[in-house]
Design a protein around this ligand. Structure first.
Ligand SMILES: NC(=O)c1ccc[n+]([C@@H]2O[C@H](COP(=O)([O-])OP(=O)(O)OC[C@H]3O[C@@H](n4cnc5c(N)ncnc54)[C@H](O)[C@@H]3O)[C@@H](O)[C@H]2O)c1
Length: 696
């Protein structure tokens, strides 16, 4: 097979060209090709080489097909060393993105040129790792310790102009990659610029307090992660040593991190996210059109969904109950877009164009006649939803996809209101809908495959992470949420405070605990759900009533500045309210419960066991396709710590037998709530884990 790296002569200039579509990843063949091309250049009459890549980007990372396999020689650090050791200058041209190993190749070159619009980045921390081919050693030597550590701990992409001001590149040239490379190579020839090896530079002195401040910032932003701070330590320690010794420190750090459960969890999350997005059942099925989106209801969700669609270039027609409500929705969308402008995500003129040309708000359902896909986001009441779908059936064109954003309700029942149930699907967004990445795609009994494909195409257009779910109360995410929240409520009834539970779970790595989440979502949501489910309640069900007390006191959470926590100027993020403890103590007394103490570890163990057990039921019943779909749902919609990979991956890590033991132990006091999932029992009996169900 031809090598993906070629060498050609342009007079006095040699051109080393990588051609490994789609992103020129540093596969084994590319690594071998780079060494061969470097040797060819060394032996040639050319005096300077341009190192560049074909296609839409420079080398944008490692070959993910090689992940987890035994490393194949030559290793990337050696390849880079080989290039850097050349006795004639090499000019690297960066276009598109130079990420991870790709950027490390650029750092091993003697000069760097960015094509306008190019970006660089070291995203290894997203996989629980640090750069392993010199990134932690060369970048501090090139631009200084603090900016270098900031770049690889944040994993952000740095644009060409910033690269120039930081000294990462020597020039930004607004030409094609080959022309940019030849331009700079001629400059090297004309000015007689020498070989300039970053490894031979020393790290510029920096202020210790600045480093300490960066460490504090990183520790706070990346709470629970081990790789970020290890990366800083490796850079600092190696920066004080000769480069070759520094590389050994980096290698050690890299291999240590390779062995960590966090790295395994992050790699699992990385692959899981890709698997949920490409559903095997959709192979070869073309989605329907989705240029024009209808949205029904312009409240919290409808407004957010409309913004998300507008920002992705889709046309939106939003229907509200009357002209006044339609105007309010329009104002809300305009305000959110203003915020996007303020945050630099949208140009002011683009905002004007979106509002003038891409958005229509109306109270007339007939405005939806041309919509390709309509998303209903009205109140969470079956009767209202049924009424809306009857209207949609009457006004929408044949083939239009009719979707509901319901959180819990039966999509089959909603679909039955139309004469086209095959066109009906659930599209469950998360709040705020223009920010949150998860989109649960709820496939009802009669949903047509190309309608499912359209749901996935919409997720792609909106840059969301799709997960296929089946119909049940709450689908994947909210059904599991209800279970672990109940497990939390049981512990509160038995003596733990909501604040201790929240803290224990935040310490575990969750973005928020369940009671802070309840305050954010609104205490009324939980109250209304409890009311809805009241008629079907089993008398053996243990439920906490304090949420109802809070509801009746008008303490609805953040929106009323009081919920479980108090939100005011003194504590905008909330502080525990002692009155809530009094309300709960009164409930315990009325129920004859003597409170006991809980350790944080006990709280996490029980909470996670409930989550995993319900996750196993959701998979066992086919609501989720695989355990990894549960993981992605919790990671992207419910603030589950990515460094733990998701609840099912975490279960494999701690051992399914230990999870089952917790469930069986709890079942001794409450065998109604703690019914082990048949799938969990089966896997334990067979000595298998959840990951065995993720394959294929
Ligand atoms: N809020 C959340 O966090 C969240 C998350 C995911 C899904 N959901 C679901 O999204 C849906 C909407 O929730 P929300 O929080 O945006 O509610 P909301 O009360 O903020 O908004 C509902 C909007 O629908 C409008 N509306 C009601 N009946 C209508 C009708 N017949 N025609 C047109 N407009 C009508 C109302 O005027 C209101 O503006 C619910 O099904 C909810 O369960 C909510």
């Amino acid at each position: 097979m031809d090598s993906p790296v070629s060498y050609e002569a342009h007079g006095e200039i040699g051109v080393i060209r990588v051609n490994n579509p789609p992103v020129n990843a540093t596969s084994a063949a590319v690594r071998q090709g780079l060494v061969a091309a470097a040797d060819q250049f060394a032996a040639s009459a050319q005096k300077v080489a341009v190192l560049m890549a074909d296609g839409r980007t420079f080398i944008a990372g490692a070959d993910i097909k090689e992940f987890g396999k035994p490393p194949v020689k030559p290793h990337l650090p050696d390849v880079i060393h080989h290039i850097e050791a050349l006795e004639k200058p090499v000019v690297c041209v960066i276009h598109g993105t130079a990420l991870g190993g790709g950027f490390e190749v650029a750092l091993g070159s003697h000069y760097r040129v960015a094509v306008k619009g190019a970006r660089i980045g070291l995203p290894e921390v997203n996989l629980g790792l640090i750069p392993g081919a010199g990134g932690t050693q060369r970048l501090p030597r090139l631009i200084g310790m603090i900016p270098a550590c900031e770049i690889f701990t944040s994993s952000r992409q740095v644009g060409a102009e910033e690269c120039l001001s930081l000294g990462i590149v020597d020039a930004v040239i607004d030409k094609s990659p080959i022309e940019a490379g030849l331009d700079f190579a001629r400059r090297v020839l004309d000015q007689g610029l020498p070989v300039r090896r970053v490894s031979e530079m020393s790290v510029a002195p920096y202020a210790e307090p600045d480093l300490a401040a960066l460490k504090t910032k990183v520790a706070r932003a990346q709470k629970g992660h081990v790789c970020h701070l290890r990366g800083i330590d490796v850079a600092v320690e190696g920066g004080e040593l000769p480069f070759i010794e520094g590389m050994k420190i980096e290698r050690q750090g890299f291999w240590d991190l390779m062995q960590t459960p966090q790295r395994a969890a992050m790699i699992h999350a990385f692959f899981a996210e890709r698997k949920t997005a490409s559903l095997p059942e959709l192979k070869g099925i073309a989605p329907r059109a989705l240029g024009h989106i209808g949205v029904i209801g312009g409240g919290t969700m409808g407004g957010g969904i409309a913004v998300s669609c507008l920002l992705s270039g889709l046309k939106v027609t939003l229907i509200e109950r009357d002209a006044e409500a339609a105007q309010k929705a329009s104002d809300g969308i305009a305000k959110t877009l203003t915020d996007s402008v303020k945050r630099g995500k949208l140009k002011p003129e683009a905002r004007e164009t979106l509002l003038a040309d891409a958005l229509v708000t109306s109270a007339d359902y007939h405005s939806l006649a041309e919509a390709d896909l309509v998303i209903e986001a009205v109140f969470e009441t079956m009767e209202i939803k049924k009424d809306v779908f009857t209207k949609l059936d009457a006004v929408c064109k044949p083939g239009a996809v009719l979707a509901s954003n319901t959180s819990y309700l039966d999509v089959d029942e909603i679909a039955a209101m139309t004469n086209r149930p095959e066109d009906v699907i659930g599209l469950h967004f998360f709040s705020p809908a223009h920010v949150m990445k998860l989109l649960e795609i709820v496939v009802a009994a009669k949903t047509a495959p190309d309608v499912v494909a359209t749901g996935f195409a919409l997720a792609k257009a909106l840059k969301k992470v799709p997960v296929r779910a089946g119909v049940c109360d709450g689908f994947i995410g909210n059904r599991i949420l209800k279970t672990y929240r109940t497990a939390g409520d049981h512990m509160v009834l038995e003596g733990a405070s909501p604040f201790q539970i929240d803290k224990a779970l935040v310490d575990f790595g969750f973005a928020m605990g369940p009671y802070a989440v309840a305050d954010l979502a609104g205490i009324d949501i939980g109250y209304l759900t409890r009311q809805r489910l009241l008629p079907g309640r089993d008398p053996r069900e243990r439920i906490g009533d304090w949420g109802d007390v809070l509801y009746h006191k008008g303490r609805l959470g953040r929106k009323t500045a009081h919920g479980h926590y108090i939100y005011d100027a003194q504590s905008p993020k909330g502080r525990p309210d002692p009155e809530v403890e009094e309300i709960i103590a009164a409930e315990r007394a009325a129920k004859g419960i003597t409170p006991r103490d809980f350790t944080d570890a006990e709280i996490v163990e029980r909470y996670m066991a409930a989550m995993i057990n319900e996750g196993a039921k959701v998979v066992g019943e086919g609501i989720a396709l695989r355990p990894l779909d549960v993981d992605v749902t919790k990671l992207y919609g419910y603030g589950f710590p990515r460094f733990r990979g998701g609840p099912m991956h975490y279960a494999d890590h701690i051992g399914l037998d230990s999870v089952l033991a917790t469930i069986n132990r709890e079942a001794q006091t409450d065998d109604f709530f703690w019914q082990p999932a048949p799938l969990l029992q089966q896997l334990v009996a067979e000595g298998r884990d959840f990951s065995s169900l993720n394959e294929g």
